[in-house]
Design a protein around this ligand. Sequence first.
Ligand code: AVJ
Length: 324
Amino acid sequence: VFSGLRLARDVNAQTDADNEESFAVDVIAGLSAREKHLSPKYFYDAAGSELFEAICHTPEYYLTRTETALLETIAREIAADIPPDAALVEFGSGASHKIRLLLDAAPQVTTYVPIDISEDALQSATARMARNYPRLALAPLVDDFTRALALPSAVRGSNKVGFFPGSTIGNFNPHQAVAFLRQVHRLLGEGALLIVGADMAKDEPTLHAAYNDRQGVTERFNKNVLARINRELGGDFNLDAFEHLALWNPQESRMEMHLVSRIDQLVNAAGHTFAFKAGERLHTENSYKFTVPAFTALASNAGWEVAHHWVSDAPHFAVFNLRA
Ligand code: AVJ
């Protein structure tokens, strides 16, 4: 199954050139809109992925360490829901840290399918996994996990288990989240298990601090998308002319990140010119926060039933075992 470090590509997967082009198309559309916006998936180039890792180590960003501690505590209970000869499919696997907590508790997992858009991250994570789990078959897939349409042929006969930790699902609006969960349902098949990590709604000061860390790592992460436009699309954004804004939107139950123009300015990127008024916002991310009933309803709209769920002590973070 695992042949050296050759990475499978979905036949439908985009090439690097395609990806560069959709970045340009999305930047032009997003910066031309009446309410300027960009998809948070564009945060994660090499520099952005490093900044995200650094965010996870700030004292204010409770999500990663809370979820990791929860997974450590409940790993055996999660494993009890995992069938024999299972293929574990991770959506947006990054550095493949959290998966180890499951693998160490679930020896019935025979194959690991990390899906990640970053070929570099996938290469190094897969090499490390091969060294640490010599009996595990590895079938990495380079793809945008939001549109992976086919699994590597190596897992055809296995029982499929999906893993989507980190509250990445919170980046989708409810409509997109249901569409994604439906697609995962199709991909993993009837009877499949899907393990999802989701951050819970909580007091505003805790949320505000998590997205406004005092060291300014989140601010650098937010502004990195401008730096990336400069690097990859010949942009001339002045990062100092924008301010980091992260706020709680109680109506939508989400944290929002924006970049606010400090001045009236014209910016060139991707062969276009964009006007920003002083105080105008570029909306860069939503991070939805859930309640158990709200998440259960969302999953149910996509054909998933909550088999088991666990909620950490405060600050609350939850893990859901969903059954197709
Ligand atoms: C990786 C999407 C879960 O929304 O909390 C961290 C990204 N944004 N700080 C989140 C993020 C700002 C993170 N997710």
